[in-house]
Design a protein around this ligand. Sequence first.
Ligand SMILES: *Cc1c(COP(=O)(O)O)cnc(C)c1O
Length: 369
Amino acid sequence: MSSPKPLEGLNKIAPYVGGESEIEGMGKVIKLASNEGAFGPSPKTIEALRTAAKDYHRYPDGDSLQLRELLSSKFNLETERIICGCGSDELISLLCRSYAGSGDEILCSAHGFAMYPIYGRTVGAEIITADEDNITIDVNNLLEMVTENTKLLFIANPNNPTGTYLPESELKRLHEGLPGGVLLVIDSAYAEYTSSEDYSAGIDIVRANKNVAMLRTFSKIYGMGGVRLGWGYFPEEVADVLNRMRSPFNVSYPAQVAGATAILDEEFIEMSQSHNNKWLAWTIEQCRSAGLVVPNSYCNFALLRFPEKPNDDTEHPHKDAKAANSFLKSRGIIVRGLSGYGLPDALRVSIGQEDEMRLVVSLLQEFME
Ligand SMILES: *Cc1c(COP(=O)(O)O)cnc(C)c1O
């Protein structure tokens, strides 16, 4: 008997494996695996959602107009060029569906965000990766990999899971080296955590060009990962295409209400930023003193690399990332192993609240002793 056949190539997609959220046999766990923001949504956002619940039977505004107008005035953008999505994930998916297909190439950096290859493969495109330099995106390597089949180039800046970033001058050099037909997508999911002078989320480059887009999310500093809300700033023609491609009601009413409140809550954002600055620096310093290799991070997580040492001593097995992950798990803490990102020697630890950071760091120190 014959059976329905999916499109060719779909079986090559490895489904996304998110950070874990439970440990068997353990009631309360500390979850530092998915960079979800240390505090949850702001109290004002929670209140706005509560008040809005009585209207949940109404369909949302299909254009998310109020939210887009708020984003437009906050960042000084043209409202028509902003599109909101069900997470920035949806926008990554829409870009792949609109600009690449079978036989096309989508270019990414070696340790780039896992969603780009996943969505890229759903449209039958080939994923090409460029090597990094010291776990940092390398502009020359990316430009060398561009061919006449390249349609999209995705980078996260700063990048997840490495935490490193390219300065604005390098972003500009990357864009200038690309043919006009390649759409450069700058995913600035962590922009709110980065205060470096030479950093740019990419708004000016999008403003001035027809082949650059910027993506943002409410899943990180706004603590709204479960709400599913992201947005992007696009060239006019790209925005027009995505508006035709997206679902008419792609952003739920609760997401629009929560986003419109969260975006105005400067106090909460500033509190989250200063908390992150303090505990990220502290975590990095403590982990370095414990013998781990930790690059500077510009996000709400630290990348902890476990140095390789030749070790024949079976009584004292090698202290590697895998063993550290199991050790933390046995104590009720979930962090992110990165084998799937080509970094089997590393764990990614999100910045949580003070007591959570003190606990995870003291356990890591105990493990490394
Ligand atoms: C977390 C993250 C996102 C956010 O995705 P959403 O779909 O908005 O939750 C996007 N890009 C990168 C690089 C991320 O780390």
